[in-house]
Design a protein around this ligand. Structure first.
Ligand code: G3I
Length: 362
């Protein structure tokens, strides 16, 4: 057999085999982080336990470039007693992020929920004094922000300080009851002092509600004017196939962009149920089936949301999903314990859902 390249056939075969062998490994599938590289980092909230499962780790590493500790860095879990810190769960997440070159968001240095009881009690009296509470807050932030200084690029410093009630500005938490609004400024000042490089974020939910959005806008604006180091606003993004509308989302992003600070989507999930504010028991009428029409609504919702996010890429500096896949969501137990939800882009087997295609095909 005459070879076309005037090469003895055996050499031609060896050449072809050699070329074939040099073929680069099949490129790993692109993930969310790759599709959105030109827009913003795509992140996910994790527990330390989720990092023990190889399939979960594979999904995290292929899809995301940023992590948030779902619970491990909160005040109660990490500082359960005045002289006791539980570093291991948070350390595990930090080590995983460092090992894999992932960005890390800290969550959260000051919150009324999951705060340890000891924080608010002093001596025999039930309520701590303002000076003592602020000293404890500084000690907490010094320890936690100090330990992870340089490893966390953005901290949710204060979480959910604004009230949902139309006739209230600040949430009437124990923090506010004891310190007034001063605890908010102090938390940011302490965070800057003990982790000077981190972006300091004010984080809240229902931010698309125009009244709440306006309160957040006014608080951040006035505090920044007084020199409080707030670098950004976190919009949690616990939304639903029933809202917010595109118009509500755009109006919120337009208003908050006017602050000239970073906007971060910090806890995105799209529930298949109407939002309810308070916890309740499951009823016979609660049907927790992910029907085709709910699937289509979720596709349309994610499609709209990420179209809007892309339009605001100059203001939005990160998007983080709250939990990894429909295998587990905090929404499976809130507001209705035991009512399964399907809020994320990956199904219970960690496979991309149709909504994933809507997010990446643009
Ligand atoms: O760790 C304990 C465990 O030892 C105990 O056996 C178990 C019994 O109930 O509770 C476990 O703690 C739970 C914790 O999650 C860790 O799983 C708490 O009960 C439970 O209340 C807690 O829920 C977290 C919730 O915040 C608390 O408000 C959710 O996982 C977490 O996803 C959720 O996240 C918040 C954000 O931090 C702030 N924005 C709202 C968002 C949803 O509420």
């Amino acid at each position: 057999m005459k070879s076309t390249l005037n090469l003895p056939p055996i050499l031609l075969i060896l050449a072809i085999l050699g070329l074939w062998h040099c073929q680069p490994e099949k490129q790993p599938e692109k993930g969310l982080k790759d599709y959105y590289q030109a827009y913003f980092p795509m992140g996910v909230a994790v527990s330390p336990y989720s990092l023990d499962d190889s399939a979960t780790v594979k999904l995290i590493l292929s899809q995301f470039s940023s992590l948030t500790a779902e619970n491990a860095m909160k005040m109660g879990p990490i500082h359960p007693h005045q002289d006791t810190f539980r570093w291991e769960p948070a350390d595990k997440i930090v080590a995983f992020a460092e090992q894999h070159g992932l960005k890390l968001r800290g969550h959260t240095l000051c919150w009324h929920s999951q705060a340890p009881d000891w924080m608010f009690v002093e001596g025999d009296s039930q309520r701590v004094s303002k000076d003592t509470l602020l000293a404890r807050l500084e000690n907490h932030i010094a320890a936690v922000a100090g330990r992870y200084s340089g490893k966390i690029y953005a901290w949710d410093v204060v979480n959910e300080a604004i009230s949902d009630a139309p006739d209230e500005f600040y949430r009437n938490s124990i923090w506010y009851e004891v310190c007034g609004e001063e605890y908010i400024a102090k938390a940011f000042e302490y965070a800057r002092k003990y982790d000077p490089a981190a972006k300091l974020i004010y984080n809240d939910y229902n931010v698309f509600d125009s009244a709440k959005c306006e309160k957040i806008y006014q608080m951040v604006k006035s505090m920044r004017e007084k020199g409080v180091p707030i670098d950004g606003v976190g919009l949690q993004g616990h939304w639903s196939v029933y809202g917010p509308s595109e118009d509500q989302l755009r109006r919120t992003l337009d208003r908050l962009s006017g602050l000239g600070v970073e906007l971060q989507i910090t806890e995105l999930d799209i529930s298949i149920y109407q939002k309810e504010g308070t916890r309740r028991e499951k009823r016979d009428t609660d049907i927790d089936v992910f029907t085709p029409e709910l699937g289509q609504r979720q596709i349309d919702t994610y499609d709209m949301i990420f179209r809007v996010f892309r339009d605001y890429k100059d203001a939005i500096t990160s998007v983080t999903f709250w939990n990894i896949s429909d295998k587990h969501s905090w929404l499976d137990n809130f507001p209705v314990r035991g009512r399964k939800d399907y809020p994320l882009l990956f199904d219970q087997d960690h496979q991309p859902k149709k909504a994933y295609n809507a997010v990446v095909n643009f």
